[in-house]
Design a binder for this molecule. Structure first.
Ligand SMILES: [Zn+2]
Length: 289
């Protein structure tokens, strides 16, 4: 495997808060709070071996067929639990989709060019009968993204859910702006609303959207996320219940009218993309609409 030189990292507010709250990365790992992610310093199953799994199922792909990647465009990858520079094995199409997403993010947000992404990993042999796209290097778990010490977004809901006032408002709007950008590029995007396993990262994979952009199927995770975007980014007071009802339709129609697109989210893929692009731009302060 390639050699890595751990880079010194700036202090970040999320890290300080983690320490203040007693939620150190080491503590979380020791508590088993994180699922079985690949150890970026070793081969996929190392984490499971360390926890004493007796037998490992055959890998779903030949691990060595997935090249290591240490960045997504200009954003270097770091392993969230250790805060160290890291490489992960990716399916090449999946990594290409992440590059397209990252380019979209830089083009539609006011932040300086993204220089780092904190992650829990990509490829890992989950020993789950090849259910998870992580088994194929076609999934990626994103904790946060930065330019130096400037936060683009953090998916550490486990930390920021305890924040209050404008800090909570701002981090949550940022979170849903990031979710919008990810939903556009990955039909299967999981947020903290999905389950507690996703309280510290976005999960994205290209099982559904393959080498293209997403379409709206009003899947459970898409419905939860649209409602949260309407509520937190657009201030619609939308109920967040995972059920696509008349209120969700009405509020999303109102946003499409406001951004000059018109129609409904179900009208076409371009309506879905217009909503997600505008949500990314509004949530990051790129455009007020
Ligand atoms: Zn995942």
């Amino acid at each position: 495997m390639p050699a890595h030189t751990p880079a010194p990292r700036p202090n970040r507010s999320i890290d300080r808060r983690a320490l203040l709250g007693g939620l150190t990365a080491a503590g979380l790992a020791a508590a088993g709070a994180s699922p079985a992610y690949a150890n970026p310093r070793g081969s996929g199953p190392v984490g499971d071996e360390r926890r004493g799994t007796a037998r490992l199922a055959a890998a779903c792909v030949t691990e060595t067929s997935l090249p290591y990647q240490s960045s997504v465009n200009s954003a270097a990858l770091y392993y969230e639990p250790t805060n160290a520079a890291a490489s992960f094995r990716f399916d090449s199409t999946m990594h290409s989709r992440l590059r397209v997403w990252q380019t979209f993010w830089d083009a539609n947000t006011p932040y300086p060019v993204m220089t780092s992404i904190d992650s829990y990993g990509a490829y890992v042999n989950r020993n789950d009968g090849c259910v998870s796209m992580h088994n194929y290097g076609r999934a990626f778990d994103i904790a946060s993204a930065w330019t130096g010490g400037t936060r683009h977004f953090t998916a550490r809901y486990d930390i920021w859910k305890a924040w209050t006032g404008t800090e909570l408002t701002n981090v949550r709007v940022q979170y849903w702006a990031a979710a919008a950008s990810l939903h556009m590029h990955f039909a299967h995007t999981l947020t903290y609303l999905y389950n507690t396993a996703h309280h510290n990262h976005f999960h994205v994979d290209n099982a559904v959207s393959g080498s293209g952009l997403s379409s709206l199927s009003r899947s459970g995770t898409q419905t939860w996320s649209v409602q949260a975007m309407l509520n937190y980014v657009w201030g619609k007071g939308t109920g967040i219940d995972g059920v696509w009802g008349a209120q969700t339709t009405q509020h999303s129609d109102e946003v499409l009218a406001r951004i000059g697109k018109g129609g409904s989210l179900t009208s076409s893929q371009s309506h879905w993309h217009a909503f997600l692009t505008a949500t990314t731009r509004k949530g990051t302060g790129m455009q007020a609409y």
